[in-house]
Design a protein around this ligand. Structure first.
Ligand code: SF4
Length: 317
């Protein structure tokens, strides 16, 4: 590894240039955890609205543990990866258990090692929450930091352990939370995957890859899988759709929507059209058929995924 990243340059740049994001105005570990879990798979610009709704309705682990998981799913609708919402609810329940029963008496644990024992909390989320909320001296490693590390050191395929050691070796221990956020912010806004802004980068002096940054790290070729489904959008005499709750596992875990399967019985139904829905690793094509049913449900009363909202919109709902 070459010259070390300048801590003072990066921190000064961060203080000056960081985006004004609502979770950066709190040290409340629960609210920071909500932001980290949302941002695992939702873009920052979309995540802000979800975060504001979540912290308003669930300002503490207790408020979520005492609510129905359906309500969490409802607030999560449209954000995707719904199993996150289910695990978050399970986490709140675990945290609110008494200490004697293995819980944390309603308070999120402070240490990253304890946070990692909770549902849905991996090494990244635990390090982010513990460093940002409590200043624990632990480095975060996410995709942004891996890219900065690969470019700084001209590495095409750095392994997770190498990235972790690098991140820990350059950590600014007096304020690990700001440091972690600064490095991630650099990756998100300056050292971006396709158009790195090396001429304005605060740590270009230590960067070995700045002449050809796009070579580092080697891009992973992700071939999207295709999934073909059929869906029956059945409407009652008032125009309300028949909706069912999906299985508790899988990409639409626990959300509601019209009946959908690889192959449905289309006898007596009429073709309505096709929906394409893209996720990060998968393109879903849904052939939508319509027909009638006895009793429908008002869609706003149940949590619906973005895919299901598209299907209902195709039926004019
Ligand atoms: S100089 Fe360019 S490649 Fe190197 S860290 Fe900065 S933005 Fe990334």
């Amino acid at each position: 590894m070459g010259e070390s990243v300048s801590q003072s340059s990066l921190l000064a740049w961060y203080a000056e240039s960081k985006r004004d994001l609502p979770w950066r105005h709190t040290r409340d570990a629960w609210k920071i955890l909500l932001s980290e879990i949302l941002l695992q798979q939702t873009q920052v610009s979309r995540g802000i609205g979800y975060w504001l709704k979540l912290v308003e309705r669930f300002p503490t682990p207790h408020s979520m543990a005492n609510s129905d998981v359906e309500e969490v799913l409802h607030l999560w609708q449209g954000a995707g990866y719904y199993s996150r919402a289910r695990r978050l609810h399970a986490l709140a329940v675990d945290v609110c258990m008494p200490k004697a029963k293995g819980g944390f008496d309603g308070k999120l644990p402070r240490k990253s090692t304890e946070l990692r024992t909770l549902p849905g909390v991996g090494p990244y989320t635990a390090a982010a929450v513990a460093s940002i909320a409590h200043g624990e001296s632990i480095a975060c490693v996410d995709g942004n930091i891996r890219r900065v590390m690969a470019r700084q050191n001209r590495l095409r395929n750095p392994q997770p352990l190498e990235v972790e050691r690098w991140a820990q070796s350059i950590l600014f221990e007096d304020d690990a939370g700001s440091w972690n956020q600064a490095l991630m912010e650099l990756g998100a806004t300056v050292c971006t995957p396709k158009r790195p802004l090396c001429s304005t980068c605060p740590v270009s002096s230590s960067c070995q890859g700045l002449e050809n940054p796009l070579d580092y790290p080697q891009p992973k070729k992700i071939k999207k899988k295709r999934m073909d489904l059929q869906c029956a959008l059945l409407l009652d005499s008032n125009g309300l759709p028949h909706l069912v709750q999906r299985n508790q596992s899988g990409i639409l875990a626990g959300m509601w929507g019209p009946f959908m399967a690889e192959k449905i019985d289309t006898e007596g139904l009429h073709p309505l059209g096709q929906i394409k829905h893209s996720l990060s690793h998968r393109d879903i094509f849904v052939e939508v058929w319509t027909g009638s049913c006895q009793h429908g449900i008002e869609p706003s009363t149940v949590p619906l995924s973005a895919l299901d909202q598209k299907i209902l919109a195709l039926g004019g709902l």
